[in-house]
Ligand binder design. Structure first.
Ligand SMILES: [Fe+2]
Length: 295
């Protein structure tokens, strides 16, 4: 059998061009080098420390319960036993980014694709694409939470439907993923906390999302989120705050068809917009925002 490949984005003078993988591969655990394990160990220690008092309670608890090994890259097979028992989700190894429909089909069947390779030591602080650390440390723990686990499956089914409807529906749905699964904040009794994977796997954004005066923090509203463009190259200008995973599940448990139809004619909103109708937790100072480049 051939070794799984490491498919990475290609860096060009016009930015990063995504390269897509399609297959599911066995995690080549014996092939990890000491450098790979050391990258995991350093990132794991740094983020676990940083996330105390910053990440949501559910995230920290789930992460502890999963038994992620701090010193070595965890084995997918070990995690699958724990995860399977908790919520029926399974991890599948992949070589890099997946085409959208393939990704949705995995989620709809309670399979979460995890990139088998880990970033290089010089990429500890930033990587423009998902790697094992982002996927495993950031995404997998909340799959232990029964409500969030259902949300992810529902998102996969919604994705398959949106894919059939076309590019505009896909764009609106992608914003929901971005502002919840990747960059979501949650309100807890002790204050705002992080649950988005893009934040918990980034040391800079873990601090920025909660402590910087620059970004807006706005109460979650489904249609508002679907209208809002986002940044893929810098910290977010706006974070949306949910009250609970139950709220997120309830607010999104509806047919998005009528919403897509309504949004089709509407203008999208800049990433940093604040509306009169918003429930504003904090209004950002806007310091350091680039004026163009929202997606
Ligand atoms: Fe992600």
């Amino acid at each position: 059998m051939s070794q799984p490949r490491r498919l990475e984005n290609v860096q060009t003078d016009r930015g990063s061009i995504p390269v897509y993988a399609t297959g599911v591969v066995a995690q080549p655990w014996d092939g990890y080098t000491e450098t790979d394990h050391d990258v995991w160990k350093r990132l794991y220690a740094r983020q676990r420390e940083l996330l105390v008092g910053r990440a949501s309670d559910a995230f920290l608890r789930a992460q502890a319960e999963m038994g992620l090994t701090p010193d070595r890259i965890p084995r997918f097979d070990d995690l699958n036993r724990v995860l399977g028992e908790a919520t029926g989700w399974q991890l599948v190894g992949v070589e890099g980014l997946l085409p959208e429909l393939t990704f949705f089909e995995h989620l709809a069947n309670r399979r979460f694709p995890v990139t088998w390779w880990i970033r290089r030591p010089e990429q500890l602080d930033y990587l423009s694409e998902p790697d094992l650390f982002h996927d495993l440390f950031g995404h997998v723990p909340l799959l232990m939470n029964p409500v969030f686990a259902d949300y992810m499956e529902a998102y996969g089914r919604g994705g398959i439907k949106a894919h059939g409807l076309g590019a505009e529906a896909m764009q609106h749905l992608a914003r929901l993923y971005w502002y919840t699964v990747e960059f979501g904040l949650i309100r807890e009794p002790a204050g705002l906390r992080i649950y988005g994977s893009g934040i918990v796997s980034s040391s800079g954004e873990s601090v920025h999302s909660l402590e910087s005066a620059s970004p807006n923090r706005i109460g979650f509203d489904l249609e508002r989120v679907m209208r809002t463009r986002y940044r893929i190259d810098t910290f977010q200008q706006t974070y949306f705050v949910i009250d609970s995973f139950e709220q997120l599940m309830e607010d999104t448990a509806q047919d998005f068809g009528p919403i897509y139809a309504r949004l089709a004619d509407g203008d999208s909103l800049p990433a940093g917009a604040v509306l009169d109708t918003d429930q504003v937790h904090t209004r950002g100072s806007g310091e350091g925002w680039a004026s163009a480049g929202d997606t």
